[in-house]
Design a protein around this ligand. Structure first.
Ligand code: EPZ
Length: 423
C-alpha cells in the first residue's frame, strides 16, 4: 500500500495549474455511449475514476484511444453490450451514469450498484423515479440495477431533492427519447452545465442547464465527430485556495473559472485573506491567522460540500469558534477525528461540527476516510509541526491528478512511499 509522508511547517507559495473537473469527466465519458460516432475529449484529469470509466467503455465495445494522459478519442459506433462489469462499477460513484447512457442508447442497462466515498446512505430513488417516468422498468437485483424500456418518451419530471446524479442521469436518458422532457428542481453545478454543453456539441438539444429547470428535446441520434474540452475543476481550485489560507501562503491558481468559486471567495475574504480575481485565475494570499466563520453546505451556488473538509482545516487554525452545518451528506465529518489526532479541537454533533481554533497542528499518522478528507489531511500535514503520514491515499487518487507534485511545486515537503505490509 502507498502512503503520503509530509514534513510540515511550510507556507505554500507559487503557481498551480488546475486540471479538468472529475465530476464533469465521469459524466461526459459515459455520455459518449449516446454518440453514434467519434468523440475527442480533452482536458481530462488523469485519475482512477477516469481510467476505470474508459476501461468500462472498452468492455462495452467502444474503441478508446489515448492521445495523451489527458485526451482520449472514443468511438462508440459499435457498442456490443449493455451489461457493465460489476467489479469495475463498484469502484466509484459515477458508474451509475452508465444506466442513463445505456438506457438512452440501447433501451437497456445492467449496471452494478456504485461504490464511491462513504458519506452516508447515497440513495438513487430520484434516478429511478426519472427513468420510470420516461417509461423504463427498473429493478435492483443481486447488487445490480436492471433497466429496460420498449421506448423512452419525454415527460415532465419534478425531482424531490436537488441531486447532481439524478439530474445528470435523467438528462442522459432523455437525450434520445421521443418528444420533450422537462426536469424541474435540478442541480446547477458547473459539471451539470458542462455535460449539457458536451451533449449539445454532439448534436443534442438541451436548454436551461445551470438554472432550476432543464428542457430536453429528444433527437434521433448524436453524430459526434467533434472534440470537447472538460471544464476546469472548481473543487481542485478551491482545495488550493484553502491551502493558501491554512498555510498563510500565496498561491496563484491558474486555469480555473473564478465565477464557479464565488461562494468560497466570499468566505475566504470574510476569514481575512486577500483574493485577486483574473479572467482564468485566482490569487489567494495571507499572512494572518484566519478569522472564524460559519459555513452551511448546500447545492450550487451555495458553499460546496466537496470543500467542507478543506475549509475545516483552516477553521481549525482560526482565531475563534466556527460552526459547519453539513447540508448534503450524513457522514462527511469523519475527517475531524483525524484532525483531532493532529491537535485540532473539533466537536462533532451529527450533521454539524464546532471548531475551536488552536494555535498549531502537530504531525501524526492519519487515514484518508474519503476523497476530500484526504485532500484536507494533506493541507493539515503541510501546515502542522512535525511529520504526518496519510494512509488509504487511493481515495485521493480517485479525484486529484499528481497531487503531491502540485503541492511539492508550491514548497511542500511531501513524498509518496510504499508502506511495508506488517503481516
Ligand atoms: C455528486 O454526488 C458528487 N459526485 C459529489 O462529489 C458531491 O458531494 C455531490 O454531488 C453533491 O454536490 C459526483 O459528481 C461523481 P447528489 P451525488 O445526488 O450525485 C440525496 C466528490 O468528492 N439524494 O447531488 O451522489 C443524497 O443523499 C464527490 O467529488 C437522494 O435522496 O450527490 C444527498 O443528500 C463526493 N436521492 C443529496 O441528495 C437520490 O436519488 C445530494 O446528492 C439522489 C440523491
Amino acid at each position: 500500500m502507498e502512503k503520503l509522508v509530509i514534513k510540515g511547517g511550510t507556507r505554500l507559495s507559487g503557481e498551480v495549474v488546475i486540471g479538468g473537473a472529475k465530476n464533469a469527466a465521469v459524466a461526459i465519458l459515459p455520455a459518449t455511449l449516446l454518440v453514434d460516432g467519434i468523440c475527442t475529449i480533452s482536458n481530462l484529469p488523469y485519475i482512477s475514476d477516469v481510467k476505470i470509466s474508459c476501461k468500462i467503455l472498452e468492455e462495452l465495445g467502444a474503441k478508446v484511444t489515448w492521445n495523451s494522459n489527458n485526451e482520449v478519442v472514443i468511438d462508440s459506433r459499435n457498442i456490443s453490450s449493455f451489461k457493465t462489469p460489476i467489479d469495475l462499477t463498484s469502484k466509484f460513484r459515477a458508474s451509475y451514469y452508465l444506466i442513463g447512457a445505456l438506457l438512452g442508447r440501447c433501451r437497456a442497462a445492467v449496471v452494478g450498484l456504485p461504490g464511491g466515498c462513504n458519506l452516508g446512505a447515497r440513495p438513487v430513488d430520484q434516478h429511478i423515479k426519472g427513468f420510470e417516468a420516461l417509461g423504463a422498468n427498473v429493478d435492483i437485483l443481486e447488487g445490480k440495477i436492471n433497466a429496460s424500456a420498449k421506448k423512452l418518451v419525454g415527460t415532465h419530471i419534478y425531482l424531490d431533492k436537488v441531486s447532481v446524479g439524478a439530474t445528470i442521469n435523467v438528462m442522459l436518458a432523455s437525450v434520445l427519447a421521443e418528444g420533450t422532457t422537462i426536469i424541474e428542481n435540478v442541480a446547477k453545478e458547473p459539471h451539470v452545465v458542462d455535460l449539457a454543453n458536451f451533449l449539445n456539441t454532439m448534436g443534442a438539444d438541451i436548454r436551461g442547464a445551470g438554472t432550476d429547470t432543464i428542457k430536453i428535446n429528444g433527437v434521433e441520434k448524436l453524430s459526434g465527430n467533434t472534440a470537447y474540452s472538460v471544464v476546469p475543476d472548481q473543487i481542485e481550485a478551491g482545495t488550493f485556495m484553502l491551502a493558501a489560507v491554512a498555510t498563510k501562503g500565496d498561491i496563484l491558481i491558474k486555469n480555473c473559472i473564478p465565477e464557479h468559486l464565488d461562494c468560497l471567495t466570499a468566505k475566504i475574504i470574510e476569514m481575512g485573506a486577500n483574493v485577486e480575481i483574473h479572467d482564468d485565475s485566482i490569487r489567494v494570499w495571507t499572512d494572518t491567522t484566519p478569522n472564524s466563520a460559519n459555513i452551511t453546505t448546500m447545492p450550487y451556488p451555495g458553499f460546496p460540500t466537496d470543500l467542507q473538509p478543506q475549509i475545516g482545516v483552516a477553521l481549525s487554525l482560526s482565531n475563534g469558534t466556527s460552526i459547519i452545518n453539513e447540508g448534503i451528506w450524513e457522514s462527511r465529518f469523519q475527517y475531524t477525528n483525524e484532525l483531532n489526532k493532529m491537535g485540532a479541537n473539533i466537536i462533532n454533533q451529527g450533521k454539524s461540527a464546532v471548531f475551536t481554533g488552536v494555535d498549531k497542528l502537530y504531525g501524526a499518522p492519519v487515514e484518508a476516510t474519503d476523497l476530500r478528507a484526504g485532500a484536507a489531511l494533506i493541507i493539515a500535514g503541510i501546515v502542522a509541526n512535525g511529520e504526518t503520514s496519510i494512509t488509504n491515499i487511493y481515495h485521493i487518487d480517485r479525484g486529484y491528478e499528481n497531487i503531491e507534485d502540485k503541492f511539492r511545486k508550491l514548497g511542500a515537503n511531501i513524498q509518496r512511499v510504499i508502506e511495508e505490509d506488517i503481516f
